[in-house]
Design a protein around this ligand. Sequence first.
Ligand SMILES: O=C(O)CCC(=O)C(=O)O
Ligand SMILES: [Fe+2]
Length: 222
Amino acid sequence: MLQPDFCELLVTEVENFQGWVNETNFRIMRPNTMNRYGCVLDDFGLETMLDKLMEDFICPISKVFFPEVGGSTLDTHHGFVVEYGIDRDVELGFHVDDSEVTLNVCLGKQFSGGDLFFRGVRCDKHVNSETQSEEIFDYPHVPGHAILHRGRHRHGARATTSGRRVNLLLWCRSSVFRELKKYQKDFSNWCGECKREKKERQRQSIAATKLEILKRDGQTAS
Ligand SMILES: O=C(O)CCC(=O)C(=O)O
Ligand SMILES: [Fe+2]
């Protein structure tokens, strides 16, 4: 998704910002509650660029692939960079993002390990439910390459075992989707576990109807 030159420019800009933060002892917001390193890109002048990235690239793709989770109405973002290595964060625990759609681009530098692991999409109610074997999906980061996933797709990052890994994250949100979700009480058509529960209920209801018909037929015959 991003050319090596651009990745390098962006990493250099992040390093400049971090150098200034260290020199001045300035207190900055870390990207989220999980990462202790990295910084929020919206905080030092990149907000407009990231808005444009969301509008021109993420929105058209999300409209096609993720309409059921607000992909057609993305309107705000939280953009940040995360850093991993033995002297940084090493890995990232299993979680869902505070986003409807997440863009994750590897900016470099050189590293080994750090694969993402995905374990199925879940609503709030089922966020800790079991993973089905068909939901197991691992993704190795390659500098310049990106992955776009639903924010509710449970995931984590394995240990970066050597070198330094820097990734750009864009959590894209939809205020319309969040508002509508407040009024939705039952089954979510995008949650793997809700879908399984619904299927099971349908199976049971069909089995019960079949049994009823068989019983009725049996009574008529006798
Ligand atoms: O380290 C990564 O590539 C994943 C980061 C991530 O999932 C997040 O910041 O939400
Ligand atoms: Fe995440």
